[in-house]
Ligand binder design. Structure first.
Ligand SMILES: Nc1ncnc2c1ncn2[C@@H]1O[C@H](COP(=O)(O)OP(=O)(O)OP(=O)(O)O)[C@@H](O)[C@H]1O
Ligand SMILES: [Mg+2]
Length: 247
């Protein structure tokens, strides 16, 4: 069973005065097999964030079908999904623990008992345990990114969707995030994360979904993509030639 199934997603943003409408997603389809890590790669503006926002219905697609765990998104399936937005807004006056408590309550209401245990587990994984009682405004950029990841893994989700988890981090920060994701992989999570760098994918992903100018250019094994195209630039060129009818 696919943990996530996306079928023929289309999204158009209305243009302003004297501007044309922009059809930014064109029949985007892909799926996530259970327990696998799939990288979502494409250049800036390719449509990665728009796709992820449509998946969660944060923005309404023009058309398309999205199933999580075999059914449309429901309050039950939401508790099985962890999500890191591209630019998470973190309330800077909250401490690390308070920030996680807010997300725990939003996810479960006030009934679930094991918050402290889960929060400590998540904070240790992202190396923020010692900073747990400091306000977020005293965190560095890398620490804030890791706090966002702690929030995403807090409920031990079955599906983890991260929009650019390594963006803006230095090499040490990127290495740490990769280690966190490897830990999640060991737990058996189905992982989907976006990046504009193929290099980020090579270390973590078995599968790739490549998007270019709102269209899916490739979906399948990463090894097969590398054997066929070697680089994103080459894949984009092949797509351009195909569309121009040269191949
Ligand atoms: N709210 C919006 N209104 C109008 N156009 C938008 C809106 N959001 C995104 N777009 C446009 O949709 C296209 C895809 O943007 P999107 O943010 O999905 O790209 P991305 O692949 O996530 O890029 P990046 O790597 O820079 O994060 C871009 O041309 C962008 O300008
Ligand atoms: Mg984006």
């Amino acid at each position: 069973m696919s943990v996530l199934l996306v079928e023929k997603l289309n999204k158009t943003f209305k243009g302003g005065l004297f501007e044309k409408d922009r059809h930014v997603l064109q029949d985007v389809s892909f799926h996530l097999p259970e327990g696998e890590t799939t990288g979502f790669v494409g250049s800036n503006g390719a449509g990665k964030t728009t796709t992820i926002k449509c998946i969660f219905d944060f923005i309404r697609p023009d058309s398309g079908r999205i199933d999580f765990f075999g059914s449309p998104l429901s309050s039950e399936s939401k508790t099985r999904i962890g999500y890191l937005p591209e630019r998470p807004y973190l309330y800077e006056f909250l401490t690390g623990m308070e920030f996680l408590r807010l997300h725990w309550n939003l996810c479960y209401g006030l009934t679930q008992k094991d918050f402290i245990e889960r929060a400590h587990e998540a904070l240790k994984k992202v190396d923020l345990f010692d900073a747990r009682d400091r306000r977020l405004r005293t965190y560095s950029k890398g620490m804030l990114q890791r706090a966002g990841i702690a929030q995403a893994i807090l409920t031990r989700p079955d599906l983890l969707i991260l929009d650019e988890p390594m963006s803006g981090l230095d090499p040490d920060g990127r290495a740490l995030v990769k280690d966190i994701l490897r830990e999640e992989q060991k737990r058996g999570v189905t992982l989907f994360f976006s990046s504009h760098l193929l290099q980020d994918m090579e270390e973590l992903c078995s599968r790739l979904v490549v998007v270019n100018k709102g269209k899916i250019l490739y979906e399948g094994a990463l090894t097969q993509f590398m054997a066929e195209f070697q680089s994103l630039e080459k894949a984009f060129q092949v797509q351009k030639n195909r569309e121009a009818g040269n191949v």
